[in-house]
Design a protein around this ligand. Structure first.
Ligand SMILES: Nc1nc2c(c(=O)[nH]1)N[C@H]1C(S)=C(S)[C@@H](COP(=O)(O)O)O[C@H]1N2
Ligand SMILES: [Mo]
Length: 409
């Protein structure tokens, strides 16, 4: 990127805007200098707040589900959000059997198998344990999988990459509960099972669970939303979404993985080498420019703020580079505080768009030295059978009219 085009000054920046954020048309007769709400007492107090009716377009996309009821996803509208926290009502959803309507008074969590003392916890008893709070991303292993398609998908960024969200999670460190149960030295794996109708289960290495997993009870300060696992879910920092078992009811310690459907029929991928990828738990570093992005429009040559999200399952984001010329030259974006491990990091960079065609890219590096790959490199390594863990650099093309499209560049 041409350094002379970057102006790190206090200029007023233009922002690419989406059509949905335009004002309603029937307000033409109202004088903005004298709006009616300045003349009368406003509405009543409410027991639980909801977004402004003018923000009713900022919703999860549930439109892609052609599967049986209860099986599918909803996408977080990343293009409409700022900062790093995903509002709880907009956290993406991935359900295999719908959202169970669990009465917390009747829910139990059992820890059993290779332990000295099997334990059963009520939700009420778990709420009395010491807790910790962490800001963490949950990303579905299948997020961004349209990137494997031959042709670039043309959708708003959230409908393509929005199976990732970031919340403040508060809960009980699992190590405390494992210590209480007394882990048998022969135990090496844990089979985690949810209380939804399909009893979704996955096998997880005990070492990770004993290290930093937790039983999540609060999301963004309040108790979990039913869609996200109420009354409790497993939180496995930095690992793919499927490991964060919702409505968690059982942790069974074993000496080997159970080879359940979610680690054999799915989440196992053949590579060009003939070897299969399995137990690919960690989510590698990824970044996206959320503004400007497809579905938004540039309003003429001006100074714009390029803004986006970066995260890594391996730790903190160290650096995000941004290109406006399709990757020929790069400039380092500002990382906005806080920069936390396994959490969204917001990056920003002022950019002077001269009105000529441009290709925007962002490239994240994490504290382990891992660098987000270009698409051809990722596809070269993993082949065309890929479905999970797509984390290639994303390119947005801007044409002379300010239209923004997704391209492979
Ligand atoms: N019990 C249960 N846990 C589950 C699932 C499920 O269907 N049932 N889906 C998994 C998958 S594939 C993902 S990506 C995450 C999604 O979490 P979220 O719906 O809170 O975003 O939950 C995981 N935990
Ligand atoms: Mo997932």
């Amino acid at each position: 990127m041409d350094r002379r085009l970057l102006l790190k000054t206090g200029l007023v920046l233009a922002t690419a805007r989406s059509a949905s954020s335009c004002l309603a048309a029937d307000t033409a007769h109202v004088d903005p200098a004298d709006p009616p709400w300045q003349h009368q007492t406003g509405g009543p107090f409410t027991t639980y707040g909801t977004p402004s009716k003018f923000e009713k377009y900022v919703i999860r996309n549930v439109g892609g589900n052609r599967r049986p009821a209860g099986e599918g996803v909803s996408w977080t509208p990343l293009q409409d959000l700022a900062g790093i926290i995903t509002p709880s009502g907009l956290h993406f959803e991935r359900h295999h059997d719908g959202v169970p309507d669990i009465d917390p008074a009747l829910h139990r969590l059992v820890i059993e198998g290779l332990v000295r003392q099997p334990l059963e916890f009520s939700v009420e008893s778990l709420l009395r344990y010491p807790m910790r709070t962490r800001y963490l991303v949950i990303e579905c292993g299948g997020n961004s999988n349209a990137g494997w398609h031959q042709e670039p998908i043309q959708r708003p960024v959230g409908d393509f990459h929005g199976l990732v969200s970031c919340s403040e999670w508060t809960g009980v460190p699992l190590s405390i509960l494992l210590d209480e149960a007394g882990v048998d030295p022969k135990a090496a794996w844990v089979i985690a099972e949810g209380a939804d109708a399909g009893l979704l289960n996955v096998s997880l290495p005990l070492s990770k669970l004993a290290d930093d997993a937790m039983i999540g009870l609060y999301q963004n300060g309040e108790r979990l939303r039913p869609e996200n696992g109420y009354p409790l879910r497993l939180i496995v920092p930095g690992w793919e979404g499927i490991t964060h078992v919702k409505w968690l009811r059982r942790l069974q310690l074993t000496d080997r993985p159970a080879m359940t459907r979610n680690e054999t029929a799915t989440y196992t991928e053949l590579q060009p080498s003939g070897k299969a990828r399995m137990f690919t738990f960690v989510m590698d570093a990824k970044s996206l420019i959320t503004s400007p992005s497809p579905g938004q429009k540039m309003y003429g040559p001006n100074v714009y703020e390029i803004s986006g999200l970066a995260w890594s399952g391996r730790g903190k984001i160290a650096k995000v580079d941004v290109s406006a010329d399709g990757g020929k030259s790069w400039a380092e974006a500002d990382l906005q505080d806080p920069v936390l491990p396994q959490c969204f990091t917001r990056f920003r960079l002022p950019w002077s768009w001269d009105g000529n065609p441009a290709i925007l890219k962002s490239r994240a590096s994490d504290e382990t030295g891992y660098v987000q790959p270009e698409r051809d490199v990722l596809v070269g390594e993993r082949g065309r059978e890929g479905y999970f863990h797509y984390n290639a650099i994303v390119s947005w093309a801007i044409d002379e009219d300010g239209e923004i499209t997704h391209v492979y560049a």
